[in-house]
Ligand binder design. Structure first.
Ligand SMILES: [Zn+2]
Ligand SMILES: [Zn+2]
Length: 96
């Protein structure tokens, strides 16, 4: 298996932009719009352990960040999330 760690180049940017656009820039944490950070829904370590590609847009979702606070609730969701456990949501689930 090829090691792709550290190759966060063009692919990453494209996937990220795609994931954000697909989700309509709606923050997956607070549910408000205007989110321009790509967040990993499942922490990367866990995602890799599950056999996931770090660049897979399926694991990316828009979130608000420190420089992009939510204008509705004022949170920077990405930062405040911490290590909260992942809760599978019915929305955007995929049949593997
Ligand atoms: Zn948010
Ligand atoms: Zn919000």
């Amino acid at each position: 298996m090829a090691r792709t760690a550290g190759r966060k180049g063009r692919v990453w940017r494209r996937n990220k932009a795609q994931a954000l656009a697909d989700a309509g820039y709606v923050c997956w944490i607070c549910g408000h719009g205007g989110a321009r950070y790509a967040d990993h829904k499942i922490p990367l370590a866990q995602w890799r352990a599950m056999g996931g590609d770090p660049n897979d847009p399926a694991n990316l979702a828009p979130a608000h960040g420190a420089l992009n606070r939510c204008q509705v609730c004022g949170r920077c969701c990405n930062e405040s999330k911490g290590n909260r456990p992942y809760k599978p949501s019915s929305r955007g689930s995929r049949d593997w």
